[in-house]
Design a binder for this molecule. Structure first.
Ligand code: GDP
Length: 296
């Protein structure tokens, strides 16, 4: 809840000001409400969806008091987010691979570290694969997390072939009977086409050991990138077929509404949200908790 303070303050203050002293919900008030939702980065589709629901209830005379608007927004948001809240946990004794993708700086490595800590604490055995071989710093950073969380890591020097590092990581995990490999991947921006080809290659190579691998592919998104995030979801999903999304840095932005925009853009599960840099600042995505934190 604290992590979303900035978004909550902005939305709540705006809605409060909007309804202050108002006796009826008229078209002007609805237009102003629409502007508030767009400003919170809910995006066009989610905003339209929420406004349609609210407007219908106003037209049917179910919603008359401006003071009840906040509850109506909460309900509409909940309807959008609920289907996206699909928790995922590793399976014991199956050696699955969770491939993490996303552009540099989105919070991929940090999220991997947080996930490893969480699942290790829950009793799963975890191995990290340092597949972001493009940046030397990325390998060091992941190795640092592995030491901190005390899980094994498979890494090679910078410049090594990402697919081959992750192939080795998966093979090692299978040999050791480890529950889950969390695979880091490259996220450099300047050669987008090349990046997608590399990610596809990683998928192909992992599938040689088991056609079911990688078992999960999650995109890590920085909430602060706003509506740009939607483009990233579509691009990565088209290239590799995502099975989940993690949205980071919700603590640092007043644009928490982007979660609704992402939920509306594609029917993909939102797995976790990041609300800080610390190892404990990762929450399984819950629609209720999120709406509670966003619209108080
Ligand atoms: P990568 O390039 O995608 O691997 O990104 P990193 O994991 O290196 O993260 C980039 C920066 O974002 C680092 O300084 C992280 O500490 C920070 N970061 C990651 N997740 C969060 C989050 O949920 N909240 C905040 N405030 N910072 C985060």
């Amino acid at each position: 809840r604290e992590g979303l303070r900035r978004s909550r303050e902005q939305i709540s203050a705006s809605v409060e000001q909007l309804v202050l002293g108002k006796k009826v919900i008229d078209d002007e008030l609805l237009e102003d409400l629409e502007a508030i939702l767009l400003q919170a980065d809910m995006g066009v589709a989610a905003t339209r969806d929420i406004m349609d629901r609210v407007t219908q209830r106003v037209r049917r005379n179910e919603l008359k008091d401006p003071a009840a608007l906040r509850a109506a927004i909460r309900q509409a948001l909940l309807d959008i987010l609920q289907p996206r809240a699909q928790p995922w946990t590793p399976a014991k004794g199956q050696t699955q691979v969770l491939m993490m993708v996303g552009i540099n700086g989105a919070g991929k490595t940090t999220t991997i570290g947080k996930l490893a800590a969480r699942w290790k604490a829950e009793g799963y055995s975890i191995l990290l694969g340092a597949g972001d071989t493009f940046r030397a710093a990325a390998v060091e950073q992941l190795t640092g997390w592995a030491e901190r969380v005390q899980v094994p890591v498979i890494a090679q020097g910078a410049g090594a072939d990402s697919a081959s590092v992750l192939y080795d990581a998966y093979a090692a995990a299978r040999a050791r009977g480890i529950d889950l490999v969390i695979a880091d991947t490259a996220g450099r921006l300047h050669t987008q086409g090349h990046l997608m080809e590399e990610l596809k290659k990683v998928k192909r190579v992992l599938a040689k050991q088991d056609p079911g691998a990688p078992h999960q592919i999650w995109l890590v998104l920085d909430a602060g990138t706003g509506q740009n995030a939607l483009q990233q979801v579509r691009q990565f999903h088209e290239a590799v077929g995502l099975t989940g999304i993690c949205i980071t840095k919700l603590d640092g932005t007043a644009k928490g509404g982007v979660v609704a925009a992402v939920a509306k853009a594609l029917p993909l599960p939102i797995r976790f949200i990041g609300v800080g840099e610390g190892v404990e600042d990762l929450r399984p995505f819950s629609a209720e908790a999120f709406v509670d934190a966003l619209v108080a």
